[in-house]
Design a binder for this molecule. Sequence first.
Ligand code: 13P
Length: 332
Amino acid sequence: GPIRAGSYTDELVQTAKFTASSRHGILAIDEQDAEASIGLDNTEANRQAYRQLLLTTPGLGEYISGAILFEETLYQSTTGGKKFVDCLRQEKIMPGIKVDKGLVPLPGSNNESWCQGLDGLASRCAEYYKQGARFAKWRTVVSIPCGPSALAVKEAAWGLARYAAIAQDNGLVPIVEPEILLDGDHPIERTLEVAEKVWAEVFYYLAENNVVFEGILLKPSMVTPGAEHKEKASPEMIAKYTLKMLNRRVPPAVPGIMFLSGGQSEMEATRNLNAMNQASNPWHVSFSYARALQNTVLKTWQGRLENVVAAQKALLVRAKANSLAQLGHYSA
Ligand code: 13P
């Protein structure tokens, strides 16, 4: 049985199971400057207004079981003085928190990156738990055109495993996210090969760090051809390769696979998820999208109060479509 995660083991398993419940996925809103994409200044007031739009959407909890916040949002309130964490609780949405400190160059590699944030992580996680966070996210990246080098893969996997152990020790379910970037002109077979290598190492080090697999969630990239590859893959092809990779590498003890959208369009991300849920899988296969849930929302909002209701409707449209895709019941 589990030998770590101290007194939190049962709670971690429950949190992960709840977040990975049928028809539900995660809304990722941990980008600090999402408003910048529609030309708004990155001010605290604009960040608050946008989070308020998203997190007070009536009925959001019907499709969304978790929201990934960044630190400011976890401590922030609506303009009416209601804590965002309480808005989420009311909709039965788990508050989550981005805990990595971003990417920096990895010396000795082929122009690759590594992810910072382990220093002081235990005390930050303990504070976030007190504020109401129940899961965490750490995003590192692997680049196919840059290699990936053995060094970059090992560092990504080891960092994720250290983070996961620390998060669990402090009551937070770690979302394990080694994003394999879409960049490159390689075929889908090459992505499969790299993804298998990355996830093998991630699970090797998760086990070495005594992480409780029942109390984690994964946030993988879908296995697709490189963005500049000459042929686009169908949702069926993407589902076939992605599920092949997951079945080879991910133990059934893991409760949920929550994909990132990684620059796919809203429709692509929904169709691909739907294709993955045409047959039954050993884990809950769902979404943790940022851009593929928010592109239309931001365009509709434009920073204007009079557009808030329409923008919230746009969010519900995407959330519902992906909820149906989680069941394999989406049709365009
Ligand atoms: P995208 O879905 O936009 O790739 O974002 C993923 C992510 O890691 C944000 O938390």
